[in-house]
Each structure stands twice: as C-alpha cells, then as structure tokens.
Design a protein around this ligand. Sequence first.
Ligand code: 1CP
Length: 335
Amino acid sequence: MKFLDVLAGGAAWPPPLWLMRQAGRYLPEYRAVREKAGDFVSLCLNPELAEEVTLQPIRKFGFDAAILFSDILILPMALGQGLRFAEGEGPRLPPLEDVGLLKPDRAAGIYAPVIETVGRVRQSLPKETALIGFAGGPATVACYMLDGQGGAFCRTKRLAYERPGFVREVLELLTGASVEYLSAQVSAGADCVMLFESWAGIFPPDQFREFVIKPTRIICDELKKRHPGVKIIGFPRLAGLMLGEYARGSGVDAVGLDSVTEIASARAVCPPGMALQGNLDPLLLKLGGQALEEAVKGLMEEVRGYPHILNLGHGITPDVPEAHVKRLVELVRQG
Ligand code: 1CP
C-alpha cells in the first residue's frame, strides 16, 4: 500500500493524498446522510451511516486513505461526560470537575459502534486504500473536557498552573483510555492511526513536554507493543519550535504539519527520513484559481523525493467547492 510505504519512510511519486475532514459538510451526500441520522453524535454511533460517509469521499475523489468517520469527543462521551453539538456552534460538554465521575470501565461498551464501523469500512474499501483510525491527543481532548467547549481554553490554561495534579489525573485517564480505544481500532482493521493534537500550541514548553509529548510517548509505546509495526501519525498543531522535540520524543512515525510551518524547517528538526504530512492552507482550497494552482505546484516541488503525504494544514471547511477538490486531486495525480 503506497500510503503505508510512505509512512514507513519511502518516497513515492506522485505523493499519496487525503484531506483532513474529507467527509463532511462540503459534500451534499454527507449533508443528506447527516439529516437522516438526526444529530451528529447519532451519526458517529451508527455503523451503517458512519461507514457510508467514510466511503463517500473515496468514491468521489479516490483519495489514498479513508479516515474513520467519528470525532475526537466520542471518547470523553464514552467515558461518561455529557456531549452535545449545538447547531452551528460546535461541541458542548459539562466542564469536568472530578475525574472520579468518569467511568473508564464502561467506555468500550459505548464506543463499540465506532469499532464496528472500522471493521465494516475495511471490508468495503479498495485494497490499495488505507484506513486511518484516530483519537484526539490527550491534551486536546482534556482541553474540551475541562473547558466544555472550543475557544481559548482559559480554564484548562489556568488549571495547568493552579491544579497541575488535577490536569495530570485527567491526562493519565485519557492516555490509558486512548490506548484501549486505538488498539481496538487497529484490531478491527485500521491500517494506521492518527493522534489529533490540535491545541498542542497553547502550552508553553514545559507543559508541552508533560501534557503533549509524555502522554503521546506512552500511547505510542503501548500500541506498538500490542501491534508490532503499527504506524502512528501525530499532528501537534501549532507546535512551533517544539516540533522537533515532539517528532524525536513522542514515538510517532510521522508528523502532520500545520500551514504555518515551513516544510524545510520541519525537515531540519525531525529525524532524518521521517514521513511528513500536510500542509496546504485550507483557505486555498476554498479560493481555488491561480492561488491554488501555484501553491500546489510549489508544495509538490518541495516534497518530491521525500516521504510525504499530501494534505491540508488543518481540516477542510464546509464552504469549499467540490470542483476545487477535484482540481487538487488532478494536480497531485499528474505529478
Ligand atoms: O455538523 C456536522 O456535520 C459536524 C461537523 C463535524 C465533523 C464532520 C465535527 C464536529 N466533527 C466531524 C468529524 C471529524 N472530526 C473527523 C472525521 C474524519 C474526517 O473526515 O477527518 C475527525 C478526524 C475529527 C477530529 C476533530 N474533532 C478534531 C481534531 C481535528 C481538528 O479539526 O482540529 C477536533 C478539534 C474536533 C472537535 C470538533 N468536532 C466538530 C467540531 C465543529 C469540532 C471543533 C470545535 C471547535 O471549534 O473547537
């Protein structure tokens, strides 16, 4: 599988391609299924419908990898924290006060439909298409659990200084739960996994080491012990100058780059031969035209001869025209 060969450090031309959030609201067929499911969480927990939306972008664009349709917040929900998605506003959880209220022993029973989706998707996918399982990085998931919603994560930031023991407890629980969750995905047929540490960039260096790198290291070591050879992509968004330490110290096989990180600079601080993923600005995919053409050509030149997976620097937005995605695929495939 070309995708897995690149993750293992081999260069491929043209590079493999997929897009973060490739299943989503920019696709009319997604919006139709989403309507049928009712709310977003019900869609994530319905294996038949979740399988369908996972496959939609593969059928339409022929990406090299499918990503399981779910959300990073399904894990805290399975651990017993309330979760709802406010229409047009994003997730809402009751801000966590006491780790003792979480029920890690019951989580697997609640996320079982997600694991079933993994098995179904692997059966349906073409053999040459990789299936990516995922979880949120513990620090990012903790941000949502402690603040109860996206934003500046002020409560999490304050707690990290004032009650670091509490934050550590949350992270330890999440780290263990993430190992079980990801291990179940691999056992069910995920070819590799990705850790979305989307808010890694809000932590200063010492907290970054303790809250981002350390839990990731534990997850990678344990997953590799249970599933020798399994590949893990880490996405420490906005890590800045901490990227090198993350790439060398966290145990991941590849790193996803955000759009503000220069690829040559990333290469200079990552272990030689480590696969990189990214990092086209999602706005370019919305704009299309000359700006997109030039950026894709530049990115392709930049990554030629290196192990690189072409992707965006963050998720595709709902306002992206399908024609721009088609053009991106064309530009990448023609090499
Ligand atoms: O109404 C809808 O249809 C919900 C929109 C939506 C979708 C399609 C959400 C709500 N989540 C998802 C799917 C999703 N989320 C996937 C599926 C696979 C894919 O196609 O990529 C994945 C991998 C995620 C991961 C995720 N969820 C992250 C990490 C990546 C990132 O974008 O930074 C985060 C931070 C979330 C939380 C979340 N879920 C949904 C929203 C709108 C958000 C962000 C909330 C915020 O603004 O903080």
